[in-house]
Ligand binder design. Sequence first.
Ligand code: PLP
Length: 359
Amino acid sequence: MELPYAEPYKIKMVEHIKRSTQEQRLKWIQEADYNLFNLSSDKVFIDVLTDSGTGAMSDKQWAEMMIGDESYAGSSSFLKLKDTVKKITGFSYFLPTHQGRAAENVLFSALVKEGDIVPGNSHFDTTKGHIEFRKAKAVDCTIDEAFDTSNMHPFKGNVDLNKLEKVFKSYPKEKIPFVILTITCNSAGGQPLSAQNAKEVSALCKKYGIPLYFDAARFAENAYFIKKREPGYENKSIKEIAKEVFSYGDGMTMSSKKDGLVNMGGFIALNNEEVFKQATVFNIMFEGFITYGGMNGRDMGALAVGLDEATEFDYLESRVEQIAYLGQKLVDFGVPVQQPFGGHAIFLDANKKPRKHQS
Ligand SMILES: *Cc1c(COP(=O)(O)O)cnc(C)c1O
């Protein structure tokens, strides 16, 4: 078996998993009504359900756990995380939350009202949920190419500018609190959005006076794809690319369980002081005081290190190319999947029949 890369880390801890027979697994999956969410983890030998909060932390992250500061206010772990978020995203204001959907809940409580329209690129389900719960509407402006799983467009997370402008022209500005760009686009199968597209969406938003936010759960993988696929970015670092993309927006929500490389956590980062003040009220009500927002001090410390490590090229290359390796195996086997392969996942195309495989 040939692997296209060497993993840039050593493993110094193991977790035992139970072996099972194919017969046992067939019985278990039937008992679970073929729904993987119904299986207990001891019945799963190789778990590819999700990357959300399931990864191992690095030795440096664990070291940070040991020096976490659990002070209610002014925790040094909070300040470390705030500095890292500023360094990596460029955003000045920062609110920790217990996970990504909590960040959405807090920010949208401040910004989204009944009857509002929130355009974006295939909103993630919790994002859409938090919009619709407020009796507002999420409008999908993703390019058509994203919906054809065999179309090899390199940036299937891109927004169709014509679709977006049509929305801007159809509703008064006051009805559109912001546009949200999901990077990478999870619902489209971990597909990236180009820096060019972010820039163009930003310009269009400015023209119509509408703020732009990122749902940035996998912003580091998105930057990796930009480096690999977008002309002019091949010599830029992941950190430079991520910061450029964020510079086109006014703020972000984050699920730290993804590119934060921690098991639980989230945050909001912003440029606008007024929005920060409004969100602060909801953060204190729903999450906790603004210097912890539902997170332990030690976990904020681990997240600060995680954000730094997740935005390193070697790590991202091994992660994304590992996904592509699995994707290629599936394609070779005749399984229909979303292509190009996503950054964190392989999405099966359940509407297509698998090609008969000769073995
Ligand atoms: C996971 C995810 C969320 C929600 O985050 P949680 O931490 O699971 O609450 C929001 N948006 C995207 C794109 C995600 O992948």
